[in-house]
Design a protein around this ligand. Structure first.
Ligand code: BGC
Length: 742
């Protein structure tokens, strides 16, 4: 029953809550201001300076420094790459000897786990499971916070549409909508409910912006793109991260239409801090301020410092440009002190929020470090996330799941017993004693009931020659073959762009030799990017894309292969057939000469040697069960601007296994003032169903989902027809409908 008393009570609590929150905020702002008044110009500039510890993650600066001295003199605001409760505590103690005792921020690239290594971010994106992704980020944060870190340089929210670019492994794939949802889940996971808990760290949305569109997939390269593309495709995940409260941003190495992102006022001042009203701070990327000199955008480091601070880069990571130039630039009236004060304020605010002024050592506890890093739960969650991330690409004649009564399985390929490769790149440290290989995972599963026989056949790069004969002989002795192929851990990631993204070395040749035995072959592929493996796609009976699955990879793969987990992953990125098709995305534009049939390509927008279609499309992923999509219902066929379109349909598990399906809703605006993509993902749900079970799935199409940036960069929906497509992949649309926006 409705009660005024209850309502008044709730309102009262809300008012008190808002007042307390604003008082707390005020207090921090006041504390920041008081501190700022005490600071010398040198100390202010010091807060904007970030040095790396001994383990470097970029080119080392030529300038010699005495870091501890600089810290003692209040000339350093943050350190990256210092690990462990003991080391961070010792270095913080040096900061406590400085005049104003301003604590340091410790930061690190905790990308997919600190000690417990989770699947790479691209893999996790394939789970389309926001809870799992958030949980993985949270455990990474918990472990990082326990070793003295306050800040991780994650999530990378760059849209990645070029699998040649090694850093696709670090992002959420090619899609803006999925990427935005994942950005939000990761930020919340890393940061927890509120900054300040010692089980969470500050997150960092990087790399602002458009880094994923580097020319020809070559890392650190130039980007030339229209404003429409920038706003519509590349910026939304950053906006989602900002809306989710991400504490920091990192700018990027690339130029955007000629201007380095680091010195880009349009990006950092106009968009981020202006239009979006972002209150956190922006750190440069490693050395990216200094690199403006190599770009030919700044004449020297001083000029680069001037351009970066003017454009809104608050903290200088390892360029040593701010610490060597800003004081003089202010004294010479080239840089307004207000810019420095604003940057310092933003950084100090975070230090207060983290509670470091109350206790600068609160994250550096050796007791907590031991406890958290040895939490047995973390491993189990890593296994769960890994199995959710795997994508079943092909499963001819239901070869999978395997029966536990098979007599002999041959395990063939260079990654069968590998451990390091399963961890993937971008991890704080490798500890292969914590990794379960594919071989061990299968052994754990079947004990001695199934005979597992192994042969490597070839190494990943095919440099050592290998022994195909032995591999073929091994295959012949088995009832079924499981091949483990892919990329070595250092073949994707930063500065690991590849011009040829086929399966490396002689692995596909090895597959052909094994396949020729006539034995049924399951191929497990592990990699940090979408690869090209056309022969395997054609001839293997089953293919599981396991990505770099992390430390629990072997157990997770075994669970999937034997059906203890029914695969539910869907590709977050398109898998091309040939490098020449790149960039290739499901959200491509229509053309004036689209092909209607693959046979009729004359005078059409097509290749004569390769079909236009990908090998595997965005959103593709099979299950051991099957799903039927029926009974589509549309709330209204014509709507006005402030109305929503309700869509519902029935999803039924028509197979024999319980399973999860990611149902995907795409829209198209077929006639508009700008040519629009053939489809765009606008919503999805991951639905779990028992055999025979049905559920009514509902989506609400809001006005916002119909909008795009018009020529004047206004976010508008234009009246007219809209197409709705609902399906289990971008190339497997099961239900179609249309409505009209009046
Ligand atoms: C990368 C960043 C990373 C930084 C610090 C740079 O080279 O681009 O993503 O956070 O190094 O390690």
């Amino acid at each position: 029953m409705f009660s005024y008393r209850k309502l008044l009570g709730t309102l009262f609590i809300l008012v008190i809550w808002a007042a307390t929150a604003s008082a707390q905020k005020k207090t921090i702002n006041q504390r920041v201001d008081s501190l700022l008044r005490l600071m010398t110009l040198e100390e202010k500039v010091g807060q904007l300076n970030q040095y790396s510890g001994k383990e470097v993650t970029g080119p080392v600066s030529e300038r010699k420094t005495n870091q501890l001295n600089d810290i003692k003199n209040g000339l350093v605001g943050s350190m990256l790459n210092v690990k462990g409760a003991k080391d961070t505590r010792e270095i913080q103690a040096v900061a406590m000897q400085s005049r104003l005792k301003i604590p340091l921020l410790f930061s690190l690239d905790v990308i997919h786990g600190y000690k417990t290594i989770f699947p790479i971010p691209l893999a996790e994106a394939a789970s389309w499971d926001m809870d799992a992704i958030g949980q993985s980020a949270h455990i990474a944060a918990k472990e990082a916070a326990a070793v003295g870190q306050h800040w991780t340089f994650a999530p990378m929210v760059d849209v990645g549409r070029d699998p040649r670019w090694g850093r696709v492994m670090e992002g959420a794939g090619e899609d803006t909508y999925l990427g935005s949802m994942i950005a939000k889940a990761r930020v919340k996971g890393f940061q927890g409910e509120k900054l300040g808990g010692t089980d969470a760290v500050m997150a960092c949305a990087k790399h602002f912006a458009a880094y994923g569109a580097a020319l020809a997939g070559r890392d650190y390269n130039a980007v030339d793109m229209s404003d429409n593309m920038l706003w519509e495709t590349y910026l939304p995940p950053f906006k989602a991260a900002a809306d989710a409260g991400v504490a920091t941003f990192m700018n990027s190495f690339n130029t955007l239409n000629g201007i380095p992102a680091t010195g880009n006022t349009y990006l950092q001042r106009d968009i981020l801090k202006g239009k979006w009203g972002y209150k956190g701070f922006v750190v440069s990327d490693w050395g990216s301020i200094g690199e403006m000199v190599s770009w030919g955008y700044a004449s020297n480091n001083t000029d680069a410092a001037l351009k970066a601070i003017t454009a809104g880069s608050d903290m200088d990571m390892e360029s040593h440009a701010y610490i060597t130039s800003l004081v003089q630039l202010v004294k010479n009236k080239k840089v307004d002190i207000k810019l420095i004060d604003d940057a310092v304020r933003r950084i100090l605010y975070k230090k207060f929020e983290l509670g470091l002024f109350e206790d600068p050592y609160r994250f550096s506890s050796e007791t907590r470090e031991k406890l958290v890093l040895n939490d047995p739960q973390h491993k189990l969650i890593a296994r769960d996330v890994a199995q959710k991330s795997m994508v079943l690409l092909k499963n001819e004649n239901h070869l999978l799941p395997l029966s536990k009564t098979i007599k002999t399985i041959a395990l063939i390929g260079p990654l069968v017993k590998s451990k390091r490769d399963l961890e993937g790149s971008w991890i704080p440290q490798s500890d292969t004693t914590l990794v379960t290989s594919l071989y061990e995972g299968l052994k754990n599963k079947v004990n001695d009931s199934v005979n597992l026989i192994c042969a490597e056949g070839t190494d990943v790069m095919g440099k050592l020659g290998g022994n195909f004969d032995d591999a073929v002989a091994t295959a012949r002795k088995a009832d079924i073959v499981v091949m483990a192929l892919g990329e070595a851990w250092d073949m994707s990631g930063e500065s690991k762009s590849r011009a040829d993204i086929r399966l490396p070395g002689r692995q596909e040749a090895l597959f052909n030799a094994i396949s020729a035995t006539g034995k049924p072959v399951v191929v497990v592929l592990m990699a940090g990017r979408p690869m090209i493996f056309n022969q395997i796609a054609e001839k293997a009976q089953a293919i599981l894309y396991a990505w770099w699955p992390g430390a629990e990879g072997g157990n997770a793969i075994a669970n999937v292969l034997f059906g203890d987990y029914n695969p539910s992953g869907k590709l977050p990125a398109t898998f091309p057939r040939a490098v020449g098709q790149i960039p290739l995305s499901y959200a491509s534009y229509t053309t004036g000469r689209p092909i209607k049939s693959p046979k009729d390509i004359k005078y059409k927008s097509a290749y004569i040697d390769v079909p236009n279609t990908p090998q595997y499309a965005f959103g593709h992923g099979l299950s051991y069960t099957t799903f039927a999509y029926t009974d589509l219902k549309l709330g209204k066929k014509a709507v006005k601007r402030n109305e929503m379109v309700g869509v519902s349909f029935k999803l039924t598990n028509t197979g024999k296994y319980a399973g999860e399906e990611v149902v995907q809703l795409y829209l198209q605006d077929p006639v508009a003032s700008l040519a629009r993509p053939v489809k765009e993902l606008k919503d999805f749900q991951k639905v779990s169903l028992n055999p025979g079970e049905s559920k009514i799935i509902k989506f609400q199409i809001t006005y916002d989902k119909l909008c795009f940036y018009n020529r004047k960069l206004q976010w508008v929906a234009e009246p007219g027809r809209f197409k709705i497509m609902i399906g289990s992949a971008s190339d497997d649309i099961k239900l179609n409908a249309e409505f009209e926006l009046q």
